[in-house]
Design a protein around this ligand. Structure first.
Ligand SMILES: Nc1nc2c(ncn2[C@@H]2O[C@H](COP(=O)(O)OP(=O)(O)OP(=O)(O)O)[C@@H](O)[C@H]2O)c(=O)[nH]1
Ligand SMILES: [Mg+2]
Length: 399
């Protein structure tokens, strides 16, 4: 009751609270609290280890202390005033700790803001804003470095150059550079989303063993009886700095077992969606009509002859990569071939890459317009792509 009357006596300006780190696992979560009374709001919950009030610490000093909630719970964390009107709270990573802090601030009148709005307040460059957000989703150093290049202006510059070329009537050069950007679109879209690689093939050929070998741990159960894997089993990893999600599937065969039939049906559906299928066979078993048909049904699959330590002879005109999940032979080559199949463009540091569907659609539309001889339409598409956020979604600064 007293809290309500206090807040009505002192009109409180808008205080925004934003989670800056993405949801999911992480060592530390960062929450930004900003607005005229941000320090006071945080100080209601934060007790420094030295008991000195938060406002007495200089800007940019990292202060260790405790977040004390009204229900007696709380956690140790660090807080930093990043300006007179903003504070960063660094708490344990994971959803629960950050959620509890956001909840207490919101209960106290702060307004929760999505991270895209936070970004839009800091840059008017639409591509930089997209890169800023995408960076929080990058899973590897390599993908983060490429996004950082776009954040620093690589894509914006490439689009600007294409606009100038079109304005100067050099549509051939512009078309060529736009086509290069489009080719890199597939890589761009996978900077924040892993490539999906499926391991499929007849039962008992070593699909699970091979996937475990690539992951470096026992994700899937391996057993010497066919029909061991039933459901789809996925795990994230990275090859050569590219983010991948490997999925083990049930051995493809006709079965009377209802659960196995369902497993095979799920496997078949998944293969249609995966970016790449690694079709595994057992090098020691003969190459028969059924295996031939399986390979024919997946013409883009990477063909693997596993158990090469047993020195079987695969008699087929098809190009097989020999592997042994047992000894590790051929596994490095398999990794390389997976990357070669998926990452189809050569990339140099600093290269421009479109990484959102908005960007890719705009570039594709511009290419189409150039092909149709509509240069002014192409220029307009590209100008819209790099248009200032101020003209669309950029918000006024916090009062
Ligand atoms: N010698 C040898 N044995 C292997 C190799 N890879 C797998 N195995 C054995 O083959 C058997 C089947 O392996 P899994 O990895 O379970 O085969 P799978 O293809 O996943 O089988 P399902 O899930 O039943 O379709 C196990 O006994 C493994 O130890 C290999 O490269 N060499
Ligand atoms: Mg298996």
């Amino acid at each position: 009751m007293s809290q309500v009357s206090t807040s009505s006596e002192v009109p409180s300006p808008v205080c925004l609270t934003t989670r800056l780190t993405p949801s999911g696992r992480g060592a530390v979560a960062v929450i930004c609290v900003e607005g005229e009374n941000a320090v006071a709001r945080v100080a209601q919950y934060f007790v420094s280890a030295t008991r000195k009030p938060l406002a007495s610490f200089p800007v940019n000093r990292v202060v260790f202390g405790r977040w004390a909630q009204s229900d007696g719970h709380g956690e140790e964390l660090v807080v930093c005033r990043t300006s007179e009107t903003s504070v960063e709270v660094n708490c344990h990573g994971g959803a629960a700790a950050a959620r509890a802090i956001m909840k207490s601030l919101v209960a106290d009148g702060a307004v929760e803001q999505v991270s895209s709005r936070w970004v839009n307040r800091r840059t008017s460059d639409s591509i930089q804003a997209e890169a800023w957000l995408a960076l929080t989703e990058a899973r590897t150093e390599r993908t983060a470095a490429i996004l950082l290049d776009q954040y620093r202006g690589a894509l914006r510059k490439a689009i600007r150059d294409a606009i100038v070329q079109l304005q100067n009537g050099d549509s051939t050069k512009a078309r060529c550079e736009l086509a290069t950007l489009l080719q890199r679109g597939d890589i761009g879209m996978h900077l924040t989303r892993p490539w999906r690689v499926a391991f499929a093939g007849p039962p008992n050929v070593g699909k699970s063993s091979l996937m475990n070998r690539l992951l470096g741990y026992e994700r899937s159960i391996v057993f010497d009886q066919p029909g061991t894997t039933r459901d789809l089993l996925s795990a994230p990893t990275a090859f050569d700095g590219w983010s991948m999600e490997l999925t083990d599937t049930a051995g493809l065969r006709d079965s009377e077992d209802t659960i196995e039939v369902e497993g095979v049906s799920r496997a078949t559906k998944f293969l249609a969606e995966a970016d790449l299928t690694v079709l595994v066979f057992d090098t020691t078993t003969g190459w028969d009509e059924r295996q031939e048909q399986l390979a024919e049904r997946h013409p883009n699959a990477l063909l693997v002859a596993n158990k090469c330590d047993l020195h079987g002879v695969r008699e087929s005109a098809k190009p097989f990569l020999a592997t042994s999940a047992l000894t590790g032979e051929g596994v490095r080559e398999l990794m390389q071939q997976i990357v070669e199949r998926l990452v189809r463009s050569e990339m140099m540091p600093g290269d421009a890459v479109p990484f959102t569907s908005r960007q890719i659609h705009a570039i594709a539309a511009a290419c189409q317009a150039v092909d149709d001889g509509e240069l002014s339409v192409a220029i307009e598409e590209l100008q819209t792509l790099i248009a200032d956020l101020l003209t669309s979604t950029h918000e006024t600064p916090i009062e």
